[in-house]
Ligand binder design. Structure first.
Ligand code: ATP
Ligand code: MG
Ligand code: MG
Ligand code: MG
Length: 467
């Protein structure tokens, strides 16, 4: 009798609809209103201009289930996937918002009521944090709601103080955590062991209260606002009585489909989890119009795809496989996201082509990597090798780093940068001799997102001298 993810998504929206909120659809993963943002990474993104007072909507409160990707930019959880119980590259964020309507008191009461009444989570399993200077929120929790002060902490760091940027709206947060039990390593929020996965953050409530000016002065906003976010997969794990997000209903079909391709039945295998995570971000990014490329968003997508394929290789999958997971994903999420269903054929085509292209060099690159590790003196994969893998075999640096981590090794990023710089110099002199451009280019150096004027399939041509 456990609530499914789909039921939970619906229950959340219905709870806030009954409390006067307008239910808005999820917006695209490609933010329409902010060219500086890599991907939509929170529910508030589509409302940014409403919070800033630049855009008017017909409602002053709203609730959404927003698709999010955190695989680059300010929030990057790519490296966490496969290692923590709670991080995905793609997830859904449930949120309720007040645009100058209600504030701290109502927001806190709604959250507590949803969790402890509507979802019937025992209060003794929850832990609350506030920003250390937010005495108002503290009083609401301790006196009004009457939570147990032994499961409460004041956090003085920016973890509990949110800001939109260096200037503009900002304010304190209050966060609600779920204690998954003492058999799991990790301490309560604010303790030195908090990074473990015992206490998992489920809901973050942001109180947009101030306007920060360039000199750092905080001026109270005339109409303070509320922005909240709760990970659907995390609250589903709580309600389904499992620890890891990957154990919830939503992931089972995907994990089983991936396990069948890998001919394994160990569903807790971390590579299977990585693949199940990555098919979601890749399929939704392509649905939202991102194409694999060597620039900006497209390069982030390419990196996620190649990472998934490398994990398939690790599991011993020999055929082109990744695109085969689109159908089980659509079966699971197509009802909630008709745009995914409509894009299915296109998503499969793009993924298949991308994998076929990478498959040609993956095996050879892995041999180079394994040979390097076999004769390695120390624990650092040299920059030259990292560069060779990148340049000749199309291994994004984070892919090599992911392999390294599995083998308790690290990569020499500085050495990689040096090799890259030398390469650039050579390419420059080569091109002055009128070298021929090979259209099937190698990867560009852009591993970090720096903004984008060039979002299409535009590529940087490097390594010409090697053709
Ligand atoms: P954490 O500290 O666990 O990394 P966060 O503080 O970075 O989470 P927020 O930015 O506050 O997360 O996002 C709001 C909510 O979205 C979180 O409380 C969590 O439930 C969910 N969430 C955040 N990042 C992820 C992720 N990578 N995968 C799944 N859910 C996430
Ligand atoms: Mg985080
Ligand atoms: Mg956090
Ligand atoms: Mg948070």
């Amino acid at each position: 009798n456990k609530m499914t993810s789909a039921e939970l998504r619906a229950a959340f929206l219905e709870f806030f609809r009954q409390r006067g909120h307008t239910i808005e659809p999820s917006s695209s993963l490609v933010p329409g209103n902010d060219p500086t943002l890599l991907f939509t990474n929170a529910g508030m993104v589509q409302f940014k201009d409403v919070f800033l007072g630049r855009e008017h909507r017909d409602f002053s409160t709203a609730a959404t289930s927003q698709r999010c990707v955190r695989a680059g930019g300010k929030h990057n959880d790519l490296e966490n996937v496969g290692y923590t119980a709670r991080h995905h590259t793609f997830f859904e964020m449930l949120g309720n918002f007040s645009f100058g309507d209600y504030f701290k008191k109502e927001a806190i009461h709604y959250a507590w009521e949803f969790l402890t009444k509507a979802m019937a989570i025992p209060t003794e399993k929850l832990w609350v944090t506030v920003y250390a200077e937010d005495h108002e929120a503290e009083a609401i929790w301790l006196e009004d709601v009457g939570i147990n002060p032994e499961r409460f902490s004041r956090i003085a760091t920016k973890d509990n103080f949110w800001s939109m940027g260096d200037v503009g709206p900002c304010g304190p947060c209050t966060e609600i955590f779920y204690d998954h039990g003492e058999h799991i390593a990790g301490g309560p929020p604010g303790s030195p062991e908090e990074d473990g996965d015992r206490y998992i953050e489920i809901w973050n409530l942001v109180f947009m209260q101030y306007d920060r000016s360039a000199d750092g002065t905080l001026t109270p906003l005339p109409k303070p606002s509320v922005d909240t976010g709760m990970g659907l997969e995390r609250i589903a794990a709580v309600l389904q009585g499992v620890h890891s997000n990957y154990e919830i209903d939503l992931f089972q079909k995907l994990l089983n489909a991936a396990a069948a391709l890998a001919k394994t039945d160990d569903l807790a295998n971390s590579s299977l989890r990585v693949i199940a995570d990555h098919i979601r971000s890749c399929a939704f990014l392509i649905t939202d119009g991102v194409m694999p490329s060597n620039e900006g968003r497209g390069y982030v997508l390419r990196r996620i795809i190649r990472r998934a394929i490398r994990h398939g290789y690790r599991l011993g999958i020999l055929d082109v496989f990744f695109y085969k997971l689109v159908a089980p994903l659509v079966a699971e999420m197509g009802v909630a996201y008709p745009e995914l269903q409509n894009a299915q054929a296109q998503v499969e085509r793009v993924l298949k082509k991308e994998e076929e292209r990478f498959a040609e060099t993956l095996g050879q690159g892995m041999k180079v990597l394994e040979a390097c590790v076999a004769k390695l003196d120390g624990t650092v994969i040299p920059g030259d090798t990292v560069f060779q893998l990148y340049d000749t075999y199309g291994f994004p640096v984070d892919l090599t780093a992911d392999f390294a981590r599995e083998h308790q090794l690290t990569v020499d990023y500085d050495g990689f940068d040096t090799a890259m710089a030398a390469q650039r110099d050579r390419a420059r002199s080569a091109s002055s001799f009128g070298a021929d451009y090979d259209q099937d280019i190698k990867l560009d150096s852009q591993t970090e997102f720096t903004g984008y004027g060039q979002l299409d399939d535009e590529v940087h041509i490097v390594a010409l001298y090697q053709q």
